[in-house]
Every structure is written in structure tokens, then in C-alpha cells.
Write a protein that binds this ligand. Structure first.
Ligand SMILES: Cc1ncc(COP(=O)(O)O)c(C=O)c1O
Length: 438
């Protein structure tokens, strides 16, 4: 028996969302604070623009429509919205104060907790966003080695040193862009070429230890060994993988220990907190570099992070994410296969965070097909962005309902592909990529 079906208003009005958006166009460039939350990412006219509240795995838009949430705030909400243990810890701390003029003892408690759990962690500094700690780690590596170049693989945040490598590099000086050299995941040769071309110049290799593709046997070990042979530090960017794949991060799951690692997103179940951790051989450089900001170490986020991590230690959170994520992933791919859509769409990635891809007849990314599936999911109460970040409160019922909706949406996609009229079926503009193809 399915109980928790999201309740959409019968006419599914988006009146308040639409009015707020019309007003905000004059006030807020991009209409959002994060590109991935912006109206360009959701089919306008069908998608809500503003969400107002959440409980567990469900969210409500400003018009009262309910959705099963899969972006989960782009990953942070790992337990569920308004999880009582975290909310209560935050309220208790709120009543004692948020920000002080000297360090708070919770910093010591949380750093102990991280050092118990994360293999490379012997010392810790806190930030607010993932970008704070990836940029702090890069600065630390440059200071320690006296070198300027960085080799990177994955996404690492909004700061100049990384974003200059992407198609959103406007405003980043060419001199800064020239200092960061991307390499290709699972292609050790692409990293070897960077070291060969710039001998003695690379301060650090920073990488997401895993994205949607699993590491090839020996790849992570190979990166570590190459970095160390060339006198560079290895930094794992665990902003996504941390506290999602394993409580000790991907480094514990795959048994490869970096020199420094960066955590964020899921650490505080939605509270803004991040951490850079590393060995005692490396971390004291933070005494020398400038890594310091007003809100670093605010007591509210520290209390929330401690409550979140303790909850994950006590409850089978990680096992839940793997099991429910696998049911969702396998279910999606089974439905796609039954409908003959395997060459057009696939759910990829490790179960706690999966991504649904769409391809056209030529095998290129299809934002039209993505938009159509998103549209049909939204109409049926699934908040679909393409990323499925599982949380502890995603229930068996949520997954069963979602797979039913996916079957309906993919049936519509199959009909549209057969008729060649996917674009005509869209009730709003095609969603846009955050990073355009170069
Ligand atoms: C792997 C990775 N690193 C770093 C970041 C940057 O984190 P933030 O957006 O919190 O600054 C992100 C954000 O999506 C990320 O996915």
C-alpha cells in the first residue's frame, strides 16, 4: 500500500511562484544564489520557482504543491528536511548564541569526530562552503611546495583558480587561468602529461575521488603515487562523496589516503559548514597562510554537524542510501530497457548519488529529452533535476511512487521519440546547461 503520495493541488497552480519570479527579475540577477537552483534548470511554466518548506524527503512549493525531493538542496540534506535530532541541536545552540569573539568548544568536539572517522584527518579547519575549503587546500599546497600549478579533475567550486578552467571563466584573469591544468578521470596518462610538461611546477593534484564513473582498478593509487613522485600533494575533494558513500569518505571506501581532503555539503544536513582535513605534516601550514573569515566556526553549524554525524553513526544512514539508491537506479534502468530507451537515457553513478543522462539519436546530450522527462515528473510530484541525492527519509513508498512516475514519463518520452515530436510536447523552454560545451 502506497501512503505518501505527494499531493498536488488539483489545478496545480503556480500562481505565487510566477508572481514572485516576475517581481524578483528586477532584483536578483540569475533569480537564484546557485546556478543549479535557477529557473534555467527547470522547465518554466511547469516547474515551481520557489520552495517554501520541507519535511523528510518531501518539499512544498509556495503554491502548496508537494514533491518528493531528489536534488535535496544539491546534496546537503542527507538525513531529510527538518530531521528532529539536528533541528533540536540547532535550536538548543541558537538559544545559547550563534557567533562569538573567541573559538567555541564545539570546534574541538567536531574536529575530534572528523579525525576519528576520516583516514587522512589528524587536524581540521572549518569553512562554510565547499569552495572555501578546496581553495584553502590549494593555497596550503602552494605555500608548502612553493609551486604555482594545480592539476585538477572534477568540479571544485566558484573561486578563480578553478572556475577559470570552465566555460564560465569571464572575470578570471588569463594569468590565473593558466595556472590550473585539468586532467581526465581514469586516464593516468593525462596526468602524466601534465607532470612531464611542467616538471617541478605542480603544487597539488586535486580531484573528486569518484564521480558518476567508478575508479578503474589502480587509478586512485596511481594518481597518489604520481603526485608524490613529483613532489606534489594529493587533495581529495570529498565535498560530494563525504558522508554519503561512507562516513570516512571515498578515501575509506577505496582505501587510498590523500594528504588533504575537503568536505562540505552533507556534513550538517543543510547547515552551511565545510572542513579541510589533513595530516599533521601538512595542516600546520594553515598557521602561515590566510584562511580566515567572519563566519568560520559559527556555533549553530558546528552543533548541527555534530548532531548530523552522530546520527549517522547511530542509524544505518549510509546503508539506507546505498540500498534505496540501488533500487531507484536499477528500477530506472529496467524501465528504460523495457521501453527500448537504453540508448537514449540511463541512470549512472554510485547509488547514494546517481545522475540520469539523456542522449539524442547521434549520442549527444539531449536537453530536450531531459526537459520532457522533467516536465512529466514535475506534473506528478517528483522534483526532478537529473541528480538523485538520496536521503535517509526517502522511504520504500517514495521510491515505489517515483518509479511509477518514471514509467509514465519514460513512456511519454518513448512516444515522443517514435513520433519525432519531443520539442512540440514541451510546455516551456528547454532547460540550459550551467556550463556550455566549449
Ligand atoms: C565536488 C565539489 N567540490 C566543491 C564544490 C563547491 O562547493 P560549494 O558550492 O559549497 O562552494 C562542489 C559544489 O557542488 C562540488 O560538487
Amino acid at each position: 500500500m502506497i501512503r505518501e503520495r505527494p499531493r498536488l493541488a488539483p489545478s496545480r497552480s503556480l500562481e505565487r511562484s510566477t508572481a514572485l519570479k516576475a517581481h524578483a527579475i528586477r532584483r536578483i540577477p540569475t533569480l537564484a544564489q546557485t546556478f543549479s537552483k535557477a529557473p534555467t534548470q527547470f522547465v518554466q511554466g511547469v516547474a515551481p520557482v520557489y520552495l517554501e518548506r520541507g519535511a523528510g524527503s518531501h518539499v512544498w512549493d509556495v503554491d502548496g504543491n508537494e514533491y518528493i525531493d531528489y536534488p535535496m538542496a544539491l546534496g546537503p540534506v542527507i538525513l531529510g528536511h527538518n530531521e528532529p535530532a539536528v533541528t533540536e541541536a540547532a535550536i538548543a545552540q541558537l538559544q545559547r548564541g550563534i557567533a562569538f569573539s573567541l573559538p567555541h568548544p564545539l570546534e574541538v568536539e567536531l574536529s575530534d569526530l572528523l579525525c576519528e572517522l576520516i583516514p587522512c584527518a589528524e587536524m581540521v579547519r572549518f569553512g562554510k562552503n565547499g569552495s572555501d575549503v578546496t581553495s584553502g587546500a590549494v593555497r596550503a599546497a602552494r605555500a608548502l611546495t612553493g609551486r604555482d600549478l594545480i592539476a585538477c579533475c572534477g568540479y571544485h567550486g566558484w573561486q578563480d583558480w578553478f572556475i577559470g578552467t570552465t566555460t564560465r571563466s569571464r572575470g578570471v584573469p588569463q594569468a590565473v587561468r593558466d595556472l590550473t591544468k585539468p586532467f581526465v578521470y581514469n586516464d593516468l596518462g593525462s596526468l602524466e602529461r601534465i607532470f612531464a610538461e611542467y616538471p617541478g611546477q605542480v603544487a597539488a593534484v586535486i580531484m573528486e575521488p569518484v564521480g558518476v564513473v567508478a575508479p578503474a582498478p589502480g587509478f586512485l593509487e596511481g594518481v597518489r603515487d604520481l603526485a608524490h613522485q613529483h613532489g606534489a600533494l594529493l587533495i581529495f575533494d570529498e565535498v560530494v562523496t563525504g558522508f554519503r558513500l561512507d562516513l570516512g569518505g571515498a578515501q575509506r571506501l577505496f582505501g587510498v589516503t590523500p594528504d588533504l581532503a575537503c568536505f562540505g555539503k552533507a556534513m550538517g544536513n543543510g547547515f552551511p559548514i565545510a572542513a579541510v582535513v589533513g595530516s599533521r605534516a601538512v595542516m600546520p601550514i594553515f598557521d602561515e597562510i590566510f584562511f580566515s573569515f567572519t563566519f568560520g566556526g559559527d556555533a549553530l553549524s558546528l552543533a548541527a554537524a555534530i548532531a548530523t554525524i552522530r546520527f549517522m553513526q547511530e542509524e544505518p544512514v549510509i546503508a539506507h542510501l546505498w540500498a534505496h539508491g540501488a533500487t531507484l537506479k536499477d528500477g530506472y534502468n529496467r524501465i528504460a530497457a523495457e521501453l527500448g530507451l537504453t540508448r537514449y537515457t540511463e541512470c549512472v553513478g554510485l547509488p547514494p548519488r546517481t545522475v540520469i543522462t539523456f542522449r539524442d539519436e547521434q549520442g549527444n546530450e539531449s536537453l530536450i529529452y531531459k526537459t520532457l522527462v522533467q516536465q512529466e515528473c514535475l506534473k506528478r510530484g517528483i522534483l526532478f533535476s537529473g541528480s538523485q541525492n538520496l536521503c535517509y527519509r526517502h522511504s520504500d513508498d517514495d521510491i515505489a511512487i517515483t518509479l511509477e512516475v518514471y514509467r509514465t514519463a519514460l513512456t511519454i518520452l518513448a512516444e515522443a521519440i517514435a513520433a519525432g515530436d519531443a520539442l512540440d510536447r514541451l510546455e516551456g523552454p528547454v532547460v540550459e546547461p550551467v556550463f556550455r560545451r566549449a
